[in-house]
Design a binder for this molecule. Structure first.
Ligand code: AMP
Length: 226
């Protein structure tokens, strides 16, 4: 055979892509429900591929925004990614069988405490909006008929309005503490966000026997949690 897909493994081993932090922590109980224990902690280990109690299952530690890409190309068979990240990625090549109800938060518009967002919108002002979620932000403001100039940032969106880079930000908010600490106010919720299980479409066919029980265990455990 001359043509092979670069990384799609043909054996029945499984690779799961996860990001460090909340998604990793919230996924551990779901893995336990599927009989899988991760044997190292990504916060203390420098390893990027972590072993589990099942020699056939390994966990890749990647950036949250890279999870869909690893799964799309088959470098990982499955992964866990936030809806925020999936909307920006587009979801191409991914099967999304389960909303895991973990790492829940919301995507919102926030502005400086003194900025009258409602009146700016009413007056048809053109707003500068800083965000890393440009697709979601573009769609949101287009659906409201608000004219925006989007400024793409890769982190610390909260800083942008403080230093006059933008009038508003679109970011994920959980407790609201980060906004409050920076004298920002949440003025509009765009959508609720939670994390989903994503599965490579080819892997689902080729490795169904291994994947299906895990998907079902995740489904059951996340329903119990939610
Ligand atoms: P909080 O102060 O609890 O509202 O958290 C807000 C900060 O944490 C923001 O800078 C977000 O980027 C990040 N954050 C909170 N929850 C999540 C989540 N579920 N997924 C990704 N980032 C989050």
């Amino acid at each position: 055979m001359s043509m092979t897909i670069a990384t799609q493994s043909t054996d029945q081993g499984l690779i799961l892509a996860l990001s460090k932090g909340r998604i990793f922590e919230d996924t551990l109980p779901l893995l336990e429900a599927a009989g899988i224990t991760v044997l190292e902690n990504p916060e203390t280990s420098r390893k990027l591929i972590l072993p589990t109690n099942d020699p056939a299952v390994r966990v890749l530690i990647v950036r949250a925004t890279d999870v869909p890409t690893y799964v799309q190309y088959g470098a990982a068979d499955f992964g866990v990614a936030g809806k925020d990240v999936l909307l920006e990625h587009g979801g191409e090549g991914l099967y999304q069988p389960v909303d895991l109800n973990i790492a829940s938060c919301r995507m919102s518009v926030a502005v400086n405490a003194g900025f009258d967002y409602a009146s700016a919108v009413r007056q048809g002002a053109r707003l500068r909006v800083a965000t890393k979620f440009v697709n979601t932000a573009r769609q949101h403001f287009a659906s409201k008929g608000v004219h925006v100039d989007l400024i793409k940032l890769y982190g610390s969106m909260e800083l942008a309005p403080l230093v006059g880079l933008s009038d508003a930000i679109v970011d994920v908010v959980s407790t609201g503490n980060t906004l409050r600490a920076n004298n920002l106010v949440e003025v509009e919720k765009i959508m609720d966000i939670s994390s989903r299980l994503v599965v490579n479409q080819a892997a689902l066919k080729l490795k169904r026997a291994r994947l299906q029980p895990i998907i079902e265990a995740f489904q059951k455990a996340s329903t119990l949690q939610g």
